[in-house]
Design a protein around this ligand. Structure first.
Ligand SMILES: CC(C)CC(=O)SCCNC(=O)CCNC(=O)[C@H](O)C(C)(C)COP(=O)(O)OP(=O)(O)OC[C@H]1O[C@@H](n2cnc3c(N)ncnc32)[C@H](O)[C@@H]1OP(=O)(O)O
Ligand SMILES: O=C(O)CCC(=O)C(=O)O
Length: 325
């Protein structure tokens, strides 16, 4: 190659390399127009380049750390998940590795197999029907907007917030999910949270602090209202300020909230006699061998000050096979 051509080629290559610096993904203007002098392409840090999200949706997630996609999951699928959950409650099926959580106010009562007794089931990756949620193409399509391809299901939950017993134990204090996760990097992780029914402030909707995904992982502890009862491992951020700018997300059945693991969020008391049902998937891109994704500094999350029960971090990876999807 002659020298001027080689120099020109080098400039192009350096330009391309420069665009990928600092781990940022860059969105290109789609108008095809030549950018004006001094134009700086927009830096996106929390979303990936693909054609699924509109620029507005992308910008919203970048700024706020969450995004609501209306009516994403069908009523028919939600009905299937609800039926399977009820079968688990009646002990008709007992999937391996499933963690069944009961509300602290009923944990010591005699176990009567019914949905009233169960606050949430976690790690349902071995339940074929519930795990179907984690393979729904319509959900994964959006997950990939935040994680990129090669997704693993890291943690799964079906939440069934029962009517509050009067002790406010159905509240989930403001927290960051990353507190529970030993794997990194956080920008490759997203939670998909799908409402299985109408959820508003009466049955304890999700409350978020927009923009907090840009902060670091904060110290967590049991909240001050502990005397009123707090469920095991319902840790909250230490500097929980009651005057913070919480946004309450009122959602309909099938609506799905995608949120960053550093976004501070929680949920309120269920003041109704019904439930607040949600199915949720925390997924991450598998960017390297799993052992290299672990953060050695992240301690296991423990159940209160009880020495007899140690809960390791909420983490049970399963590769999501997207073949043919
Ligand atoms: C992003 C995401 C990860 C965020 C979160 O979800 S944070 C919340 C996560 N929560 C959890 O992971 C809790 C999971 N595990 C549980 O709730 C389980 O029920 C366990 C607490 C481990 C106990 O289960 P299990 O082994 O079946 O044993 P038992 O039902 O016989 O209870 C053993 C002792 O534990 C007590 N217990 C049960 N459930 C709770 C509770 N919700 N809060 C506080 N204490 C609880 C129970 O009273 C019993 O105490 P003792 O009789 O031994 O004194
Ligand atoms: O849906 C809820 O009640 C809140 C769930 C939540 O914040 C969580 O599990 O991390």
């Amino acid at each position: 190659m002659d020298q001027p051509r080689a120099a020109a080629r080098l400039r192009v290559l350096l330009g391309q390399l420069g665009r990928r610096s600092a781990g940022a993904v860059i969105a290109h203007p789609t108008s095809g127009a030549v950018p004006p002098a001094g134009f700086h392409p927009q830096q996106f840090q929390y979303t990936r380049d693909n054609s699924v999200l509109t620029l507005e949706q992308r910008q919203f997630y970048e700024d706020n750390g969450f995004l609501v996609i209306k009516k994403l999951v069908s009523d028919a699928d939600i009905e299937c998940f609800r039926n399977e959950f009820e079968r688990i409650c009646r002990k008709e099926v007992e999937p391996m590795r499933l963690v069944v959580m009961r509300d602290v106010t009923i944990a010591k009562s005699e176990y009567v197999p019914s949905e009233k007794m169960i606050t949430k089931v976690q790690d349902f990756q071995e339940d074929e029907e519930l795990f179907r949620y984690c393979t729904l193409p319509e959900v994964l399509k959006y997950v990939e907007c935040f994680t990129g391809p090669n997704i693993m299901a890291m943690h799964t939950m079906l939440i069934n917030k029962p009517p509050d017993s009067g002790k406010k134990t159905s509240c989930h204090p403001l927290h960051q999910d990353l507190h529970y996760f030993p794997f990194r990097p956080s920008n490759n992780i997203v939670c998909a949270w799908t409402a299985m029914e109408h959820i508003d402030r009466n049955n304890g909707c999700l409350a978020v602090l927009p923009g907090t995904h840009k902060s670091s992982l904060k110290p967590h502890h049991y909240p001050q209202w502990e005397e009123e009862g707090v469920n095991g491992i319902f840790h909250g951020i230490e500097d929980d300020d009651e005057n913070n700018d919480q946004v309450h997300l009122v959602v309909e059945k099938g609506d799905t909230v995608f949120f960053h693991p550093l976004l501070i969020h929680g949920s309120g008391r269920n003041k109704t006699q019904g439930f607040q049902k949600v199915t949720a998937l925390v997924s991450s891109k598998q960017s390297q061998p799993l052992r290299d994704m672990m953060d050695p500094g992240q301690e296991a999350t423990t159940l209160a000050s009880r020495d007899d029960i140690l809960i390791t971090n909420a983490f049970s990876p399963k590769i999501i096979d997207r073949k043919g999807k």
